[in-house]
Design a protein around this ligand. Structure first.
Ligand code: NAD
Length: 257
């Protein structure tokens, strides 16, 4: 049985993780962490103080905000408690907390826990290796109106994948005014906000007289929640280190549980 401490338990993702745990044997939530005023939404009993519940023998799953995610990562490092975090929008210093924790314990920090997005990233790498470098790449993401960070962590990950395949490229966040012709190597990133979209990412590759569109749509947060539980099972027995979602999936084409 994997004993989970759920940070951000009252949030949209926290509640999705609670539903996934209820549907999936082998996991138990032993503590919920969130703000006191969110106690009811968190599922009843919750604490504001992760230090009182993060202890050896547990695995922390965090979907909260950058300051709490970084603080929890430091705590997990100090106490050698494995960590899975999906919180996005961290600055460089907050990111460092994950790398430091990973020196003493297994950590998965991923901007998107869906298996479909992992497949999208692999498909993108393949497509970029095939089409000429002259093809233009644009990334468009859509999320619900309550999302706080833009562009999404997943869009940033996809953009980093493009720049890794196209060294020398530059990101362009939106366009307005007389911006001139599109420079070669530019990677456009566009964030659409509205309604209740869970997460929608499209990568457009545009050539001469043809274009290719790779798209992933998350319809339900269950997609992320189940990926986070798979990651929790992984970190519970993995060596210390900082892992990504690819480390959980094995080689191309291997079915995922
Ligand atoms: P949300 O705003 O619904 O929930 C965040 C929760 O964190 C809230 O309940 C809030 O009260 C709580 N919180 C804030 N400060 C806290 C603190 N100091 N201690 C404990 N809890 C605290 O947001 P959400 O939609 O659930 O998303 C949470 C994060 O996960 C965001 O960064 C989002 O981008 C990210 N996310 C990641 C994935 C993924 O697959 N990696 C998927 C969806 C969302």
């Amino acid at each position: 049985m994997i004993r989970l401490v759920l940070v951000g338990a009252a949030g949209r993702m926290g509640r999705a993780v609670q539903q996934a745990v209820a549907a999936r044997p082998g996991f138990e939530i032993v503590a919920r962490v969130d703000r006191a005023e969110n106690r009811d939404a968190a599922g009843g009993v919750c604490t504001e103080d992760p230090a009182s519940v993060v202890r050896p023998g547990t695995v922390v799953v965090d979907f909260s905000l950058p300051p709490s995610a970084a603080a929890v990562a430091r705590l997990c490092g100090e106490r050698a408690v494995p960590l899975v975090s999906g919180t996005t929008g961290l600055d460089a210093e907050q990111q460092l907390a994950f790398a430091e924790a990973a020196r003493s314990v297994a950590v998965v920090h991923a901007s998107n826990f869906s298996i479909g997005v992992a497949a999208l990233r692999r498909a993108l790498r393949t497509a970029l290796a095939v089409v000429p470098a002259s093809w233009d790449v644009e990334i468009v993401e859509r999320h619900h109106r309550l999302k706080k960070d833009s562009p999404s962590g997943t869009a940033k990950t996809l953009a980093a994948d493009v720049l890794a395949a196209r060294p020398g490229g530059a990101l362009r966040h939106g366009r307005e005014g007389l911006v001139g012709e599109r420079p070669a190597g530019e990677v456009g990133v566009h964030a659409v906000r509205g309604g209740t979209w869970v997460g929608d990412h499209t990568v457009l590759l545009a050539g001469e007289g043809e274009w290719l569109e790779l798209r992933h749509v998350a319809q339900d947060r269950a997609a992320f929640a189940h990926g986070a539980l798979t990651a929790a099972a992984f970190v519970a027995s993995a060596e210390p280190g900082l892992y990504g979602i690819d480390d959980l999936l094995g080689g191309p084409g291997r079915p995922h549980d």
